[in-house]
Design a protein around this ligand. Sequence first.
Ligand code: F0G
Length: 350
Amino acid sequence: SPGWPGLIEAYRSRLPVSDTTPVITLHEGATPLVHARELSSRTGCEVYLKVEGANPTGSFKDRGMTMAITKAVEEGAKAVICASTGNTSASAAAYAARAGITCAVLVPQGKIAMGKLAQALVHGAQLLQVEGNFDDCLALASKLAIDYPVSLVNSVNQYRIEGQKTASFEIVDVLGDAPDIHCLPVGNAGNITAYWQGYREYAADGTATSTPRMWGFQAAGAAPIVNGAVVENPSTIATAIRIGNPASWTKALAARDDSGGRIDAVTDRAILSAYRLLARTEAVFVEPASAASVAGLLQVHAAGELEPGQRIVCTVTGNGLKDPEWAISGAPAPITIPVDAAAAAAQLGL
Ligand code: F0G
């Protein structure tokens, strides 16, 4: 089809595909890099938002899923499985539908946003709610993929990382070089691993002159990497990153340390405050987990640890429409009026 071909075609030479690979795409990628005026003025830096909610299923997971499903089909898989806090399952369900294969998803009971549940169901996934948390779901999915003929498409699948690294490529392609700092939320730690791999690949062949410092942020109630210990019962309103034992823990530490970066915790209060600031001042509606990147940046700035003048990219990972609960609960109830212009004008203070 015409237009942007999707990220596999766009970055074919940098991805593990051949001329005969059957590419499964929804034309993901090429997401906006939006200059953040308010964040730039608050921090004295040049801040951009990489708006991953603009992907086909509304999150960055589509970058990894186009690769993972493409490779699964190439290898002859008839079924895929994943554990998810909601976005991975939404994406896997859509790409599996596109490929005409079966998709099974394991989600923590009662802990995924309604929009994400709707996506898995409408695309025809077989959904099981597990009486446990995400970490339990991932252990179960991994076991099933070993014992039964079904491919695991969580980010422990290296093809997921390969697809997700293209976000770094797009950023460098637009900015002309790597930023000084890259901020992102950390859950299972696949995405920070992928971005770091992408930045390193561009620096290794001279496409970029440097790599950024990687700044990852976990929710305070689900911050195993920050605490240096597994969190048995992770808790945060940012359900997407409610993870107590990240699969890519060691790789996240490598990204942090090799880049001279940091991984810190942000409270739910700070996440919600950044969530509202993003919607009101930058006009970008994200889901709560996505706002952790911006909450983290503002926290480092408030601590006096952010030097002005730097170029910074914050990834906002998912679309706000997936999880509207916090947008509605934080707003006043709508006012009802009769069909009457004077009544409307009076209420609007016109
Ligand atoms: N932001 C959103 C919106 C997510 O859905 C996730 C992860 C993350 C950030 C963290 O990324 O896990 O690579 O460190 N969601 C997974 C899922 C766990 O199942 O959808 P990560």
